[in-house]
Design a binder for this molecule. Sequence first.
Ligand SMILES: [Zn+2]
Length: 314
Amino acid sequence: MPTNLERAKLVIDSRRENAELSAEKRRLELETVSPELKEINQKISRAGLDALKAIGAGADSANLIQNLAKQNLALQAKRTEILASLGLPADALDVHYTCPICEDMGVKDGYYCECLKALVKQFQFENLCSCAPAKGSTFANFSLDYYKGEARERMEQIYNYCKSWAADFDRNSNSILMYGQTGLGKTHLSLAIANEVVAKGYNVIYASSGNLFNKLEKESFGRLKTDESPEEAVLTCDLLILDDLGSEFTKPYVVAELYNIINSRLLSGLPTIISTNLLYDEIGDKYNPRVYSRLIGDYQMLEFLGSDIRQLKS
Ligand SMILES: [Zn+2]
């Protein structure tokens, strides 16, 4: 499996190739329409070659470059004229890169360009978000109608809390534990948050507990820890949403890694949302007291109430 960085580089490479190919295609088409344009294009490239040859032959390069620049300007001006006569803008023959900053190289001044970083983040999110149709769950389509009485009141508070939490999100937002029986909308609300926070440009990892620990365990063997490792992504993303904690196969690796994730992210001040069907006390029993005390001490607890919505709907 290629890493997210490798995948991102491949995408950028193909963006660049496509941009250059279509510029080349455009040039050939226009040259068929206008032989005059073809001639000037040939002159421009010949002028460049002549200059190289002359420098190779030991000509006075400063003088030569000056002459070349003058000549080139004149040829460019002529070309702009021809393009205008065809009803085209001056940059009609330029390569139109997706990212004008790095011209689809992925690197600018020795640093990874933002366009490459954005792709890596997108892949991190997609890789781990294989648990639910993320786009379908929004605040707008979360219905409170399924909750009655006390549950309705509580869920209205929770809904409003989550909505403003997402609206005010930044890297210093508090962490949240959503708990309660299955089918009360925990996944829906956490996905709604994920969608909003992603739309703001933050780097979100959404993963079901089973998927996440499987993936982390698989990749932690026989591999050096790098900036691109999944664990690093989980520990440093702007928002981690760990869905359905307790559904994974619990073993010492999971207990240790869960504590590591919760603790590291709290120490870095990064927000995490955990949802679970486990009862409050079961969390302490199943994992370890340190996990339990971290959650109680530092997470906003949201207890979901009601009857299973999926049953009510059907
Ligand atoms: Zn770029």
